[in-house]
Design a protein around this ligand. Structure first.
Ligand code: SAH
Length: 205
């Protein structure tokens, strides 16, 4: 049913569809929301954040055109669901979250499920540690008012970044940036709604 609904909405990449079917979304939502885990809607998680809608997760993953050997950076771990999906389709995922509560619980959840190629880091996605290196793919799952140059600079040649861009309280557009030999190519994809990307590690838990 889940796969069928995603297919109907235009997701066609077989590997993405299979992965969406394999990763148990019910483990990533709040216990009282389990019954809604396979509906195509975003759901609330701790710290006032949300787990994205399955269609948006599948769409962004498809747009990344992942390959088995890729190293991927995610900004906005949240529940860890998107990171789990990514981990099945690439070599390594580094995911950064500014809330300790979310980073800790996502890390435990991913480990329990056996997704060992994901590393969860408590930190600020606007300030990715230099030691983390560069990435084949970057996915931002919180809305940025602008994509910082500092972030696109972390793409390997041929690398792709996907991020929701727009005002925190208004219409946002999913933007795809490709690093080419001569610079960066930018394309607007679809309208979306994400929680804001805020600077710094959260002071509350
Ligand atoms: N990808 C998540 C959903 C993310 S919701 C999932 O699959 O469940 C967006 C997340 O981005 C929130 O948890 C929020 O705390 C986090 N976030 C916002 N700004 C951030 C920043 N600057 N650095 C890291 N994480 C950030």
């Amino acid at each position: 049913m889940f796969q069928l609904a995603l297919r109907r909405r235009g997701i066609s990449d077989q590997a993405v569809l299979r992965t969406m079917e394999e990763v148990p979304r019910e483990v990533f939502v709040e216990a009282h929301d389990r019954a809604y885990a396979y509906r195509d809607s975003a759901l609330p998680i701790a710290c006032g954040q949300t787990i994205s809608q399955p269609f948006v997760v599948a769409y962004m993953t498809e747009q990344l055109q992942l390959q088995k050997g890729h190293r991927v950076l995610e900004i906005g771990t949240g529940s860890g669901y998107q990171a789990a999906i990514l981990s099945r389709l690439c070599k390594q995922v580094l995911t950064i979250e500014r809330y300790r509560t979310l980073a800790d619980s996502a890390g435990k959840r991913l480990e329990k499920l056996g997704y060992f190629n994901v590393e969860v880091l408590l930190g600020d996605g606007y300030d990715v540690p230099a030691g983390a290196g560069d990435f084949d793919r970057i996915i931002v799952t919180a809305a940025m008012e602008q994509i910082p140059d500092k972030l696109t600079q972390r793409l390997e040649p041929g690398g792709v970044l996907i991020a929701p861009v727009g005002p925190h309280q208004g219409a946002q557009t999913l933007v795809r940036v490709v690093r080419t030999e001569s610079g960066f190519e930018r394309k607007n994809l679809v309208d979306v709604r994400f929680v804001p990307a805020l600077p710094g590690i959260a002071r509350e838990l």
